[in-house]
Design a binder for this molecule. Sequence first.
Ligand SMILES: [Cu+2]
Length: 278
Amino acid sequence: MNATAAKLAGFAAALAALFGVGAAAGSIIDPSAPGGEVKAEMGHGAMAVMAVRGLSVAENGLRVVVDDAELRRGRTEQLRFRILDEAGHAVRDFDVEHTKRMHLIVARRDLTGFQHLHPTMGADGTWSAPLRLSEPGSYRLFADFSHDDKPTTLADDLRVDGAADLRPLPAPAPSAVSDGGYDVLLQGGAARAGSESELRFTITKDGRPVQTEPYLGAGGHLVALREGDLAFLHVHPNDDHDVIGFEATFPTTGAYRLFLQFKVDGVVQTVAFTQEVR
Ligand SMILES: [Cu+2]
């Protein structure tokens, strides 16, 4: 291995460590590969750094500040937070994205307990939403919004006191049942790190196709969180006809949890899938 290759391998190892995935550096960068290929692979690595969001409390000159991050188990409490600019002023002029100015995602560290809420903003810029967390543990809060045309996802931790019974990530399966009893089939194919994957969902009930209603201005809404660090992936809806489709670029190998939401008969359904990325 020459000096450049060694440096690149070191960078790849650093990236792997940064992303907290169990991938060996060797799977990202092959030291025996010709220089050109190594560079191409590193190109993906650089893209990966930009593609993930939701790993920090501050980004793009903005910061999320949660009023009280400690919640009581099983009680509905008002969660309050603000987005502050560099001068410490609460931001109030948010852009509308997916029909809302603020999307609030909450998930426990083991990727259970997913919630997607739309808080309301007070005159002083404080966002609030009723939130009920039924299990103890550490939760991740994601404030997903756009300001000055810059889409941003800021994250912080919430806590619910008590002994957390953390669950392992379910094994990947092509079908799952939504919380309201709809059968959902995922045709994802083999998702590869660094390249665009198409994720298509078909929804049936008792074997019959289900017509979904628009939800947040699209056929459905998808949030992808990476196992380990809960990196938040931005996913683009790919509006087809009969299927709900998305284009996602998984930045690294590892396991991701996909949370699909769609609307039927006025009720939002949530269903989750485990996606392995090689
Ligand atoms: Cu939302």
